[in-house]
Each structure stands twice: as C-alpha cells, then as structure tokens.
Ligand binder design. Structure first.
Ligand code: FES
Length: 77
C-alpha cells in the first residue's frame, strides 16, 4: 500500500470527519466546507480532494487517483 492522502493538513482535519460534517450540515460545495471548517483556505492543496470527497464519498486517495476538478474558491475567503 502506498502513500494515502487522507486529510487537510493545514487544518488538521481528516476527510472522513469532513464528510461527516458535510453530511450533517448539508454542505455540497468546497466553499461551504471551507466556510465551516477553514479546510482548503490554507495552502489549498486539499481542495480537489474535498471536491472529490463531496462528489464520490471517498475519503482516502492514492497518488494516482483521479480527482474531481474543484471550482475556483469564492472571493469570500
Ligand atoms: S491541506 Fe487543506 S488548506 Fe492546506
């Protein structure tokens, strides 16, 4: 098993917990997740992973996994 991407490092939040938060709060966009948690507003590297998590429910990603293209961040952040 190779390296897995499982979390937003900047905000120390794993994608599994983000998925639960998104479901509990009816969040469907990366910006909505960012507004609640801050995730994706630091370095931004987790943005496509969060977009893919929202689209597929997946919370662990291999380096070769295809990712959903994340929309551009809103100007709110
Ligand atoms: S890893 Fe999520 S903002 Fe940096």
């Amino acid at each position: 098993m190779g390296y897995q991407v499982t979390a937003c490092i900047c905000y120390r939040t794993n994608f599994y917990n983000l998925k639960l938060l998104a479901k509990a709060n009816n969040l469907s966009t990366v910006d909505e997740v960012a507004e609640l948690t801050g995730c994706s507003t630091g370095c931004g590297l987790c943005r496509p992973y969060i977009a893919t998590m929202l689209a597929t429910g997946k919370t662990e990603f291999g380096l070769d996994d295809e990712l959903v293209e994340a929309e551009e961040p809103s100007t709110l952040f």
